[in-house]
Design a protein around this ligand. Structure first.
Ligand SMILES: Cc1ncc(COP(=O)(O)O)c(C=O)c1O
Length: 436
């Protein structure tokens, strides 16, 4: 049977999806780094093109009317699981679907969705899960725009929120979840490590607390922003999270040349979120999806190198007389609670950290203005090293008392290490410290 006749019977538009992906060889389950080269794409369905073409089209032709109806049943949620064929580029597209298949591979997620930005992924998740009167319980601090979205925007629609500090103990989490349980908790939302404190959340403790306090249909899902360590160094589905959120703009995209987001999880949760994405149109465009496919091929290489570089740079900075402290996950105090969470949840310390210089804003600015290789820019996870001043930039509008509580002091510089030569980076930091 040809693809065409099969499509007529099943209603599936013939396209890039291979009938059976090669995910094992000789019984060996292939690793994500291998699968990123071909998973989810059959060149023979695209003129033999080794790489997926970019499908620049707003709509897709149905093989027949019955197939169109069946696809719309999937798009509108009449039948769970999304459309079985390609429909319209606000709902799906080949590049986005290959990307989603490959994103899921890294964390062994059942399903995944691609978005136009990290924030559109987070907003779509919230809109699909909460209604007026519900409570979101979250760890704090969160990425500033996520906090704004919960407190100021969803707050306007009657959504409540309660938070616990990122490093909270099981007892502290129990206390907040117990208090929230008097209302309807729609979602538990975490960010680990927290931006910019780098504090890790004990996902296992949050899951245990949730399971002890909430039963049956009242049990809220746990979603977590894994942008800083994922997917290489942390995979929170393994610790009991239900949904993982990404700003793919960062390590996954990895070249500071695109903005995108992702959500991973069970088919059931992803179906709920997909319906909202189909309605509001927060899917990423085909070109961005294609660029992300290219990025994912080198994800492990890039993240591994950046992680190795960060160890060397942080060792150098820690020993420097003009440095007060280096807030790096590789330097957690032996025996501390944070070190215990790190041991249970992480396989690497990442490459984004906080550098506290001796002094204040003047010293921090002198350092930043003297860097030659590292660029003075916000964001993280790119091939190039970036440095910024949270108190004066990303967190400028945070009230002083909260800044103080979060350790966002004037002498703090945030650094994201890239894949350059580590000794060149050390030379750059050494010279810049001379200017302090
Ligand atoms: C932890 C975290 N989550 C979400 C976002 C938002 O992602 P985007 O800028 O792709 O919308 C960011 C951006 O810096 C972030 O650092």
């Amino acid at each position: 049977m040809t693809d065409e006749t099969e499509a007529d019977l099943t209603g599936a538009t013939p396209r890039r999806r291979p009938k059976a992906d090669v995910d094992t060889v000789g019984g060996r389950k292939l690793k994500p780094a291998t699968l990123m080269m071909g998973h989810g794409f059959d060149p023979m369905l695209s003129e033999g093109s080794l790489k997926p073409p970019i499908f620049l089209t707003s709509t897709f032709v149905f093989p027949n009317a019955a197939a169109g109806k069946r696809h719309f049943e999937g798009v509108t949620g009449k039948r769970p699981g999304g459309a079985e064929g390609l429909v319209y580029s606000r709902f799906n597209g080949p590049n986005q679907e290959i990307l989603e298949d490959r994103l899921g591979v890294w964390e062994g997620a059942e399903d995944a969705l691609a978005f136009s930005s990290g924030m559109s992924a987070i907003a779509t998740l919230f809109l699909s899960m909460v209604k007026p009167g519900d409570t979101i319980v979250h760890s704090g601090p969160l990425y500033a725009a996520t906090e704004t979205l919960i407190a100021r925007i969803l707050g306007r629609f009657g959504v409540h929120w309660l938070d616990f500090p990122a490093g909270a103990t099981r007892e502290e989490i129990d206390a907040v979840l117990g208090k929230a349980a008097s209302g309807n908790v729609a979602l538990i939302y975490l960010e680990s490590p927290a931006n910019p404190t780098n504090a890790l959340v004990d996902v296992e403790a949050v899951a245990a607390s949730r399971d002890a306090i909430f039963k049956g249909p009242n049990k809220p899902p746990i979603a977590i922003d894994n942008t800083f360590l994922g997917p290489l160094w942390a995979q929170p589905l393994k610790q009991g999270a239900d949904i993982v959120v990404y700003s793919l703009t960062k390590y996954a995209g990895g070249h500071s040349d695109l903005v995108a987001g992702g959500v991973l999880g069970s088919k059931e949760h992803i179906n709920t979120i997909r319906l909202m994405r189909n309605t509001i149109g927060t899917i990423c465009d085909p070109n961005t999806a294609w660029m992300l496919l290219r990025s994912l091929e080198t994800l492990e290489l890039r993240m591994s190198r950046a992680g190795e570089n960060a160890v060397k740079v942080c060792e150098f900075l820690r020993a420097h007389p003009k440095v007060e402290h280096v807030g790096y996950l590789g330097f957690l105090e032996e025996g501390s609670r944070q070190a215990d969470i790190y041991r249970r949840h992480c396989t690497g310390a990442g490459s984004t950290f906080s550098l506290y210089l001796k002094g204040g804003e003047k010293e921090a600015f002198a350092f930043l203005d003297s860097l030659k290789i590292a660029k003075l820019a916000v964001s993280l996870g790119g091939t190039e090293t970036l440095a910024s001043h949270p108190a004066g930039m990303t967190h400028l509008s945070v009230p002083d008392a909260r800044k103080q509580a979060l350790g966002i002091t004037d002498n703090l510089v945030r650094i994201s290490i890239g894949v350059e030569d580590a000794d060149d980076l050390i030379a750059d930091f050494e010279e810049a410290l001379k200017a302090v």
